[in-house]
Design a protein around this ligand. Sequence first.
Ligand code: GTP
Ligand code: MG
Length: 193
Amino acid sequence: MIKAELEKIAVNVKQYPDDRLPEIALVGRSNVGKSSFINSLLNRKNLAKTSSKPGKTRTINFYNIDGRLRLVDLPGYGFAQVSKKEKERWGYIIEEYLNTRRNLVEVIQLVDIRHEPTEQDLMMYNWIRTFGFAGIVIATKADKISKGKYQKNIKIIKDKLQIEDLNLILPYSSSNYINRDKIWSLIQNILIK
Ligand code: GTP
Ligand code: MG
């Protein structure tokens, strides 16, 4: 089993871990499955708290993975059922982390394989690319559609986000582990760069 622990919870820069360990952040709409993704990658049921209701993760949660990297779970965006003020607060927390964090080596964006990405997803993906990250897109909840539909749905996501490299978009499911090994090898490649 991989050693992993919740090392730190933060809502502002001063609370971030103060070292140079590389970090990979998870971004995506509320409820898309960011926290579940962390659990499934690590084979842990409840390391990251998940919920069937959107808006579960409201802080930046730093997971230390075997002293080698951190997976950083961020609040989701695009959740309509919260006040404007709360939305702005979450937006600020996410942006402050992404814009200032020097430890950040890659951003993994999660989208739901069943739906065309939203304008906010597109803005996020463009930001990731503009900042020079490769931009790995995980099309999750793949267990909710039949395998025969993967290709069509992946193409819709690829076109909307204008992803150039098909290797950078992968169907995924936190319940059946499809492509988990591929994701770990992408992470390894990022770390040795
Ligand atoms: P916020 O913290 O609110 O931004 O959400 P999140 O993106 O962290 O989502 P979370 O991991 O809490 O998952 C939301 C819901 O989707 C939970 O009920 C999960 O069990 C479910 N879920 C996540 N991934 C998958 C998946 O691959 N397949 C299925 N069937 N359900 C999933
Ligand atoms: Mg979450």
